[in-house]
Design a protein around this ligand. Structure first.
Ligand SMILES: [Zn+2]
Length: 154
């Protein structure tokens, strides 16, 4: 018996990335993140927004951590922040990433107070903690348009 709901097929589409036996679940829109992915197609980084307490949240957040409200909407990020942490990736989990390695991923602290894990582009390098970053969009290894951050560009 098929227990998958008929209407789940649209948002359940995603890149079926595996690391050995583990499904990484990358780039997989859900009902909670559908607005985020729609924003990406327009080159907009959308954050969850609580109108009650005027706080931005991670795009996956479904409840405001300030007031507990589930009435969150979307708000466009200015796309500026700083490098909070980063790591250079040399050993890739999927062969699709081999041509790009080494590449840098990092946690960006957005000015809105939200932390996002993303690809960091150093133009020019090297990358350091607290360097300013600016939002950009690139088609990465998956063939999908994704938000990335250029380092050293306030
Ligand atoms: Zn709130």
């Amino acid at each position: 018996m098929n227990t998958v709901k008929q209407d789940s097929s649209e948002w359940a589409e995603g890149l079926n990335l595996m690391a050995g036996p583990y499904f990484l679940g990358l780039y997989q829109p859900s009902p909670e993140t559908k607005g985020f992915w729609e924003g990406v197609t327009r080159h907009e980084l959308l954050l969850k927004w609580c109108p009650a307490c005027q706080r931005a949240h991670h795009p996956k957040r479904i409840v405001c951590t300030g007031c507990g409200s589930a009435e969150l909407s979307w708000k466009r990020s200015e796309g500026r922040g700083k490098v909070y942490s980063f790591s250079e990736v040399h050993h890739v989990a999927d062969k699709a990433f081999m041509a790009s390695a080494p590449y840098t991923i990092g946690l960006v602290a957005l000015e809105e107070g939200v932390y996002l894990l993303s690809r960091l582009l150093a133009e020019p390098g090297p990358i350091a903690i607290d360097q300013p970053v600016r939002l950009d969009f690139r088609v990465l290894e998956s063939g999908r348009l994704l938000p990335v951050f250029k380092v050293g560009q306030p």
